[in-house]
Design a protein around this ligand. Structure first.
Ligand code: IPM
Ligand code: MG
Length: 350
């Protein structure tokens, strides 16, 4: 088991350190090697996704990522921005299937900005296509046309791209509540009419899964109106970017949410759903649980170690039940602890 660890920027190094401790405690045979990605890679090598990182990531079975980005790099040219490193590794490794769970732990029911009765027991999985759409579509750019600046991007999907993400979503729904909602904007965008058609064509292969469709604007509304109507949501790269942030916020504790980005053979990149939080970096206050839970997703999806994955998830539940909280999820009657103490607590619970 070769694992490439990319701590990245901001709180990335602190949170990945705890996650790697959990990984090594549970799976001692895991071989871990670190490399640079994001702002730190720009500072050190001039590129957000250096060749050495590319080589290590390609050779690994899985990648564990902390977070990238920060104000320090915001004014760099687009090609050198930390986000380019993230988009580069997704594209380079063919990580087309992004799984983003939004789960509300019962101990954290008050963390949501929605009324507890609307979100209690919330458990949604967003399946976001990650290597196509307007994110990567050509042509793109800003140029002079008719004497003024003209900006353009291209949304496109071929049916093969839609079918392969559709299959991932149907399979995921099959293992959960068996309801799949495909989100598009077919009333305006032809690309997403094709999206809807291909999803409908796949449906007969999964008779145990109920497929529905929703327009993206309505979905944004339904997520805050009645979020528990959803089981699995499948959508394109751009809509998925937006809706997955919205769904994460429903839980009120984005510091708890892991994510997986998989290729066709379940090699994957695993990272917390939150960002690099530069304001709290290096202070030992960041919540490492999303990264620790990302290790659980890695063990489950890439290495098929379901028992070990479930053990990590149970250890996290236990720590929450013990009333231990990092600052982001603290509330009355709980004890606020730091990043390393949270790692210690998860290891003890394991
Ligand atoms: C995400 C992020 C990235 C994206 C950015 C940092 C490029 O928002 O992973 O959702 O848009 O995909
Ligand atoms: Mg995003």
């Amino acid at each position: 088991m070769k694992i490439c660890v990319l701590p990245g920027d901001g709180i990335g190094p602190e949170i990945t350190r705890e996650a790697v401790r959990v990984l090594q405690a549970l799976v001692p045979q895991a071989e871990v090697e670190e490399a640079l990605l994001g702002g730190i890679a720009v500072d050190t090598t001039g590129s957000p996704y250096p060749d050495a990182t590319r080589a290590l990531a390609r050779a690994a079975d899985a990648v564990l990522l902390g977070a990238v980005g920060g104000p320090k790099w915001d004014n760099l040219p687009r090609e050198q921005r930390p986000e380019r490193g993230l988009l580069g590794i997704r594209q380079d490794l063919g990580l087309f299937a992004n799984l983003r769970p939004a789960i509300l732990y019962k101990e954290l029911a008050n963390a949501s900005s929605l009324k507890p009765e609307l979100v209690a027991g919330l458990d949604i999985l967003i399946v976001r296509e990650l290597t196509g759409d307007i994110y990567f579509g050509q042509p793109r750019g800003v140029e002079m046309r008719d004497g003024q600046r003209f900006g353009f991007n291209t949304m496109h999907y071929n049916e093969g791209e839609i079918r392969r993400i559709g299959r991932v979503a149907f399979e995921a729904a099959r293992k959960r509540g068996k309801r799949l909602c495909s989100v598009d904007k077919m009333n305006v965008l032809e690309t997403t009419q094709l999206w809807r058609d291909v999803m409908n064509e796949l449906a007969p292969e999964y008779p145990d899964v109920t497929l529905s469709h929703m327009l993206v604007d309505n979905c944004a509304m339904q997520l805050v109106r009645e979020p528990r109507q959803f089981d699995v949501i499948v959508t394109g790269n751009l809509f998925g970017d937006i809706l997955s942030d919205e769904a994460a916020m429903l839980t009120g504790s984005i510091g708890m949410l892991p994510s997986a980005s998989l290729d066709e053979r379940n090699k994957g990149l695993f990272e917390p759903s939150h960002g690099s939080a530069p304001d709290i970096a290096g202070k030992n206050v960041a919540n490492p649980l999303a990264t620790i839970l990302s290790v659980a997703m890695m063990l489950r999806y890439t290495f098929n170690l379901e028992t070990e994955a479930a053990r990590i998830e149970a250890a996290v539940q236990k720590v929450l039940a013990q009333g231990l909280r990092t600052a982001d999820i603290a509330e009355g009657g709980t004890r606020t602890i730091g990043t390393t103490e949270m790692g210690d607590a998860v290891l003890a619970a394991l």
